[in-house]
Write a protein that binds this ligand. Structure first.
Ligand code: SAM
Length: 219
């Protein structure tokens, strides 16, 4: 069936709709043999979003990293990017609130738990409040449809993230997809700067995304 869909997708996009309580209707669409995951108004995984995060990752010294924490796993495209495009061989922990999405990531995009990929079904806000381990890179890509839930622009969240980044480590934060930097993001920038991060902002990535890259105590 999956194979037939792939062949037919060269003639016409093949879409399956899956309903999720948290994320509304999700569409798994195969077009010209390539499968993507979309919410109602946004690409979630394996489309433009994957290219946007890859742009951010290209600004980071990936070869020096040993551990990555991903907040907002979605269909797992950034896991594929860091493994395949950036040749990252270290440990990955991915946190995702929506069980439906975790099951889509596994069944549709072959994202599997392995000894060096741990998938946590948890709320990222609570997770970083209680977690102790540090990571060389934290990727923050938390959306419900096309909105970043407001609590992720808070100083409390930023303080918790800061503690979980190793010295010399990085934060890659997808701040929004509105085309302009969200007003609330200013507080996040100030907070990371106060915690000894060198902050760089990249606006209009893929036309509408704003990415923040924070480098902790760059030396
Ligand atoms: C754009 S998708 C992430 C795509 C993913 N980074 C990738 O590379 O494929 C955003 C994800 O954030 C998740 N999310 C939203 N709020 C969350 C929360 N409070 N805790 C954990 N995940 C959350 C959504 O369920 C959704 O799967």
């Amino acid at each position: 069936m999956k194979r037939l869909k792939k062949i037919l997708s060269y003639i016409w996009p093949q879409t399956t709709v899956v309903s999720s309580q948290r994320n509304g209707n999700l569409e798994i669409t195969t077009y010209n043999g390539k499968k993507v995951l979309n919410s109602r108004h946004a690409n979630y995984s394996f489309g433009s979003l994957q290219r946007i995060l890859e742009y951010g990752l290209s600004k980071i010294e990936m070869s020096r990293l040993h551990s990555v924490l991903i907040l907002g796993m979605g269909g797992g495209s950034v896991i594929k990017s860091i493994r395949q495009k950036f040749n990252f061989k270290g440990f990955i922990r991915a946190v995702e609130i929506d069980e439906k999405i975790i099951s889509i990531a596994k069944s549709e995009f072959n994202i599997a738990r392995t000894p060096d990929i741990i998938i946590e079904n948890a709320d990222a806000f609570e997770f970083v409040q209680n977690h102790q381990k540090q990571y060389d890179l934290i990727i923050i890509d938390l959306f419900i449809d096309n909105e970043v839930p407001r609590q992720f622009y808070s100083v409390q969240f930023c303080n918790n993230i800061s503690k979980l980044v190793t010295d010399g480590g990085y934060v890659l934060f997808n701040l929004g997809i509105d085309g302009v930097m969200p007003e609330e993001a200013k507080e996040v920038i100030a907070c990371f700067q106060a915690k000894s991060f060198k902050v760089e902002l990249f606006e209009h990535v893929g036309k509408v995304n704003t990415l923040l890259i924070g480098h902790k105590n760059p030396g």
